[in-house]
Design a protein around this ligand. Structure first.
Ligand code: SF4
Ligand code: SF4
Length: 307
């Protein structure tokens, strides 16, 4: 399945110029701070805005599996409750909810459909030096043939395609699209493997190996570092990332330090999950500035906060 959760037009993030960013659904990582939790699972998912539910019961009436029950009236009114283990994601309750408080996240497009949507703003890409960014979730964990076909189609139409990746996918997936990708937006979260396993859920071996390989193959790479005090927001952790890049001869025309924020935390409840990053914190503005100086001093001239 190559489902998409969102197609964001006129974006000035995730690459240069004005962009269309396509968010694919499904990711092999589980970063504690993920602000797009709806992109983590590969399958479609029901997102419910329970506080807004008016308790009309229309969803309960149409659910074919008995996954929905109604709560007793309490403070805040009667609410629709769900047993997600019984939900088959048929979408009937979504159609029944007059207030649009239920959304089935994850829509599939053919390559032609998606390319057509991306091409609608080609004029803006040309004027601004922008293009299309394929993001997620993890775009490199989607079906490799599908992604190759999409990237090639856009490339042949003259659209610059950037790939925003966490790096956790077979190298063959990277190799297949290397010639058609303008810039790789490549995340590094931690060089310390134990820390990586704790906060991201997997070893960083494959991620770092893939980075070395695409760099060796001549890829243009922007390094992106979600910066979180408890994970990598200290001078020693930054030095480890800098050393890794230098030791492996990895050139990067841009480094983006992305300070932690919790703006996606409200989405977890809608998906029936707890937010795992309650205790994580962002470095102060002064600390972020000091990291920029640390990178500059190490020879990386173009280091941005945000991006
Ligand atoms: S998506 Fe279908 S199975 Fe799931 S709660 Fe809604 S109606 Fe029931
Ligand atoms: S249909 Fe919508 S408003 Fe009515 S009970 Fe279900 S979720 Fe609440």
């Amino acid at each position: 399945m190559n489902a998409v959760t969102n197609i964001q037009k006129y974006s000035i993030h995730d690459g240069d110029g004005i962009r269309t960013t396509v968010f694919f659904k499904g990711c092999p990582l589980r970063c504690w701070w993920c602000h797009n939790p709806e992109t983590q699972k590969f399958e479609s998912e029901l997102q419910i805005d329970t506080p807004k539910c008016t308790g009309c019961g229309r969803c309960e009436a149409v659910c074919p599996t008995g996954a929905i029950t109604m709560s007793e009236p309490a403070e805040g009114g009667r609410k629709s409750l769900i047993d997600r283990s019984k939900c088959i994601r048929c979408g009937k309750c979504v159609d029944a909810c007059l207030g649009n408080y239920r959304v089935l996240v994850g829509r599939e497009y053919t390559v032609e459909e998606l390319a057509k949507i991306c091409m609608q703003d080609q004029m803006f890409y040309e004027q601004s030096g922008g293009g299309v960014t394929l993001s997620g979730g993890e775009v490199m964990a989607m079906d490799s043939g599908y992604i190759k076909s999409l990237v090639k189609t856009l490339y042949r139409e003259g659209v610059d395609v950037d790939i925003d990746t966490c790096g956790q996918a077979p190298y063959s997936n990277f190799e297949a699209i290397l010639p058609y990708v303008h810039t790789w937006l490549y995340d590094i979260k931690a060089i310390d493997e134990d820390k990586h396993k704790k906060y991201i859920g997997v070893s960083n071996r494959l991620i770092l190996d893939n980075l070395k390989k695409i760099a060796k193959a001549g890829a243009r790479i922007y390094i992106r570092i979600p910066t979180i005090k408890e994970v990598n927001g200290d001078p020693e952790s930054m030095a480890q990332i800098i050393d890794f890049l230098k030791e492996n001869g990895i050139q990067t025309p841009q480094v983006n330090l992305l300070p932690y924020h919790s703006t996606g935390s409200h989405k977890y409840g809608k998906l029936g999950r707890d937010y795992p990053a309650e205790d994580l914190t962002a470095p102060s503005d002064e600390e972020m500035e000091s990291f920029v100086k640390q990178w500059n001093k190490a020879g990386f001239a173009n280091v941005k906060i945000g991006g």
